[in-house]
Design a protein around this ligand. Structure first.
Ligand SMILES: N[C@@H](CCC(=O)N[C@@H](CS)C(=O)NCC(=O)O)C(=O)O
Length: 277
């Protein structure tokens, strides 16, 4: 693992690190905010998965999460959204290939050799983090924006027991029924739609064992609302009688100004779950 940068931040440290990823077969970069408390022992962890076109950097510099993480003594992880490098396949469209890994393990050509973002986030990066930093991996929460909200919800629901809480900002909520989903799931996983189901938060909600709290914020003026399909997930949450809060926020669009406006609530929501008991 290589340290790219470390900056003092709200009494803690905002770091950027890179490492050779065995599952993605390339070098991967991630951001990690450690609060001051990490100097004295392991602290709880909140994952932040980013959306289309993002690297590890967008949320780290634009969401304003560190001040609240410092207040609650929680670490923040900002992973990249896809494999990187010259030999990694890409597409001309911004919503496929680099910056658009969709948090799945690709099985199809030309994506399969590097696009293993599910295993990267679920397996490889947590092991690396637990080994190298003062993090309490028994106390993890996960959040994300747009494609990252989809990643956060599907990881939490597929890995019951791993995350004590899950939240999302404008998640891609029903990708198997949306052009933000069908295109990428076909490209990465193939045309057999049965293989897509574990990557759809709305479908998973009907059968999940995840019993932690869920918080979802959605901007009512989001320019991508029809692609995100929040009403499908809201309906599934209600139908399941899942513990959860869904908030439609009038006037807010899809940007980081929206994320930054509600990140305080999300960090506090996760802190409640991570410090409970
Ligand atoms: N490529 C499109 C959409 C990309 C987009 O809105 N990406 C969101 C996540 S889905 C984002 O966080 N972009 C990076 C940023 O705002 O820093 C555009 O540029 O309008």
């Amino acid at each position: 693992m290589k340290t790219i940068s470390e900056n003092a931040c709200f009494g803690g440290t905002q770091g950027v690190y890179s490492h050779a990823s065995a599952v993605c077969q390339c070098d991967m970069t991630f951001g990690l905010f450690l609060p001051a408390e990490a100097k004295d022992g392991p602290v709880p962890v909140l994952w932040y998965l980013s959306g289309l076109t993002c690297t590890h950097e967008n949320a780290m510099t634009k969401a304003g999460a560190q001040v609240w993480a410092a207040e609650h003594g929680i670490a923040l992880v900002f992973p990249d959204t896809s494999p990187r490098g010259e030999d990694v396949a890409d597409d001309e469209a911004y919503d496929l290939g680099k910056g658009a890994g969709f948090y799945v393990n690709a099985t199809q050509t030309p994506w399969a050799p590097h696009f293993q973002m599910w295993d990267y986030i679920a397996e490889e990066l947590p092991k690396l983090l637990g080994k190298n930093f003062a993090l309490d991996m028994e106390r993890q929460g996960i959040t994300g924006h747009s494609m990252g909200g989809h990643g956060a919800l599907t990881l939490a629901m597929n890995l019951p027991g791993r995350f004590l809480s899950v939240s999302a900002f404008a998640p891609i909520a029903n990708p198997t029924a949306s052009d933000w989903g069908r295109k990428q799931l076909t490209a990465y996983l193939g045309e057999e739609t049965a293989k897509w189901a574990k990557h759809d938060a709305t479908l998973l909600m009907q059968e999940t064992d995840f019993d932690g709290p869920i918080l979802i914020d959605q901007g009512a003026s989001d320019q991508f609302l029809d692609l995100l399909m929040p009403e499908a997930l809201a309906g599934a949450i209600a139908a399941k009688r899942q513990q959860g809060t869904f908030r439609m926020q009038p006037g807010y669009d899809h940007s980081y100004f929206f994320v930054a406006s509600f990140i305080e609530d999300h960090v506090a929501f996760h802190a409640d779950a991570l410090y409970a008991g």
